[in-house]
Write a protein that binds this ligand. Structure first.
Ligand SMILES: Nc1ncnc2c1ncn2[C@@H]1O[C@H](COP(=O)(O)OP(=O)(O)OP(=O)(O)O)[C@@H](O)[C@H]1O
Length: 576
């Protein structure tokens, strides 16, 4: 909470002005019953129209002052809450874009979106309400009692006697109600996460026909929320009428004693009306406390969730530990005894890897699932840092190359092609923002997707849905490859990204790749692809268990012979 509130620091002056003006508005409001008393005592009862008009005009003037102060206070409060919202969203976005991959695994995108939107809005509303309403309610209670004592000390004592009981009830409401509202908030979060997760796996739910199971999860979460909300409302329904009963009793007492005092000539009618007015103003603030408690509880939960993000460490790799030597990479890659363990994990997934890839070479990596192939790829653009050993690019330690310069010269295509909503042109040029149409066409042709794009009515301007839902798996893969090609990378990492392509298309793709003359590492399950490689690595349980050219491996590696023979039989591969 403190961390989130620290974002209000730049707006201390505006907050001060808003609070000061709320005080002015409130003070002025509290004088109104006094003028009302004057109108009654000096105008209405003695039938003096002049007095009614004079006091009425003063009351109107004062009301206008309260209106102006309230409006300006609202203006400043809105400025503070909106500026705070803008600042904190900006900071959250900066922070999130610098998260390590590890943090992204832990905090799913949907949860981050909720924190950046809904949670920030909750805290913004609480700040606005805090400056405008939260202060008003307690101040009206205190101010109302003080003014009543000033109007008539004896009558004022009735309110003074009532208010401590009222405060006890309010404190009970804040404490117990706060706890109950916190539980409501937890239940509400559970409903949100159930819906979120169900929507994320909707395809799977349909495929496995598990709608009734999901619906059960949702019903349970929803029912818990209903029960908890009923409990908190019942509690409030007891406390609120009790408080109202107390205030109404004090109003009856004021009327009773007031009537006696008027009859005895010890008090004027107007003063009784003024004190009644203060009592009703205090009564009117009571429902506001329910809102304050519920809003404060919600915004506290939101503030905690926002703080979690703000406290997350950022990716040290992206931020520091780099020298600024500008470098044009040639593409030679050397691993020297590289071992790797994922952060927050005890299991070493790569063990003592050593290999050398010459500039412009093509290397195919084969291996069982989970053997560490994708992990190896992630070390080259420094998405993770090695735990032991050294990676050299052009004989230079990876740590001595500026990370953004390194990444600019690497083309990476992951296992799952990611396309965003936008045009095909935008999706390809994401790899190089200043690319010309000619470059885009060339990349699309090399990625074997041009003829498909050309057949579309809007060609490169065709809008594709989020995650490219209107494209086939193979088309998505080829668009992702075009995005990597357009960068003219010096190192190209293709992580099983041509799995959906037929053999002919894949062949043409790899032929087109020749002209880029970049060092290319390809993870694949297809032996056909291995045939085009300068070197083949076979990985097993985090180790390179065999490496060499196709001919070398065919001669020396029993494992490779097995893979080759089993796939050759299936696919009719012939090595010439
Ligand atoms: N973020 C992570 N945190 C901890 N362990 C991980 C993480 N990602 C992968 N691993 C583990 O690292 C090992 C290697 O995974 P990796 O994805 O590199 O294998 P792979 O050979 O590419 O597999 P596949 O062919 O199925 O993609 C696996 O045991 C996996 O469980």
């Amino acid at each position: 909470m403190k961390l989130v509130l620290s974002y209000l620091k730049p707006y201390r002056v505006a907050m001060g002005v808003a609070i000061l003006l709320t005080f002015v508005e409130l003070t002025v409001e509290l004088t109104q019953p006094l003028f009302m008393a004057k109108i009654i005592d000096e105008g209405i009862l003695p039938r003096n129209l002049q007095a009614v008009l004079s006091w009425g005009s003063i009351m109107l003037g004062v009301s206008f002052l309260a209106f102006a102060a309230g409006m300006t206070s609202s203006f400043y409060s809105a400025h503070v809450s909106q500026s705070y919202g803008y600042d904190i969203r900006k900071r959250l976005f900066e922070k999130i874009t610098n998260f390590s991959l590890e943090t992204f695994h832990r905090l799913p995108a949907s949860s981050l979106i909720t924190r950046m939107t809904n949670d920030v809005t909750q805290t913004q509303q609480a700040i606005f309400m805090g400056l405008r309403i939260m202060l008003r309610a307690p101040l009206i209670i205190v101010g109302g009692v003080v003014m009543s004592l000033l109007v008539n000390a004896k009558m004022g004592f009735i309110l003074l006697g009532t208010v401590p009981i009222l405060i006890v009830l309010i404190l009970l409401m804040v404490k117990t109600g706060g706890k109950l509202f916190r539980e409501v908030q937890t239940m509400l979060d559970r409903v949100n996460s159930t819906v979120r997760e169900s929507l994320m796996r909707i395809r799977l739910i349909r495929a496995f026909n598990t709608e009734s199971y999901e619906s059960g999860l949702f019903t349970t979460a929803s029912e818990n929320l209903r029960q908890q909300t009923i409990t908190v409302l019942r509690f409030m329904e007891v406390i609120m009428p009790l408080s109202l009963l107390l205030m109404n009793l004090s109003i009856v007492l004021i009327l009773w004693f007031g009537n006696n005092h008027i009859l005895m000539g010890a008090m004027k009618e107007g003063d009784v009306v003024a004190i009644i007015n203060y009592a009703t103003r205090i009564t009117a603030t009571l429902p506001v406390f329910t809102m304050i408690v519920s809003m404060f509880t919600r915004s506290k939960a939101s503030a905690n969730r926002i703080s979690e993000i703000l406290r997350e460490p950022t990716n040290d790799i992206a931020l520091g530990n780099t020298t600024s030597i500008p470098l044009s990479i040639k593409g030679e890659i050397k691993f020297e005894n590289v071992s790797f363990t994922y952060p927050h994990s005890d299991k070493e997934v790569l063990h003592q890897l050593s290999f050398h890839v010459n500039q412009g070479e093509r290397v195919v990596i084969l291996g069982a699932t989970g053997s560490g192939k994708s992990t190896l790829f992630q070390l080259i653009p420094r998405l993770y840092d090695v735990s032991e050993g050294t990676i050299l690019i052009d004989k230079r330690d990876l740590h001595d190359i500026k990370v953004d310069e390194l990444r600019q010269q690497i083309g990476y295509v992951g296992q799952v092609p990611y396309l965003f909503s936008g045009s095909i042109f935008e999706n390809i040029t994401w790899g190089k923002e200043d690319a010309t149409l000619e470059e885009v066409i060339a990349a699309a042709k090399d990625a074997q997707i041009y003829s498909f794009i050309a057949s579309l009515p809007n060609q490169f301007d065709t809008i594709i849905g989020q995650k490219g839902v209107n494209l086939s798996g193979g088309q998505k893969q080829r668009l992702s490859i075009a995005r990597a090609f357009i960068r003219q990378p010096r190192i190209l990492l293709l992580d099983d990204c041509s799995s959906a392509l037929d053999a002919q298309t894949e062949n043409r793709l790899f032929q087109a790749l020749e002209k880029y003359a970049c060092s290319t590492l390809i993870i694949t399950q297809k032996i056909n692809t291995a045939l085009t490689a300068d070197q083949i690595f076979i990985m097993n349980e985090g180790r390179i268990v065999a490496k060499g050219s196709h001919a070398e491996l065919l001669e020396h590696s029993a494992l490779y012979q097995q893979i080759f023979q089993s796939q050759s039989k299936k696919e009719g591969v012939h090595y010439v």
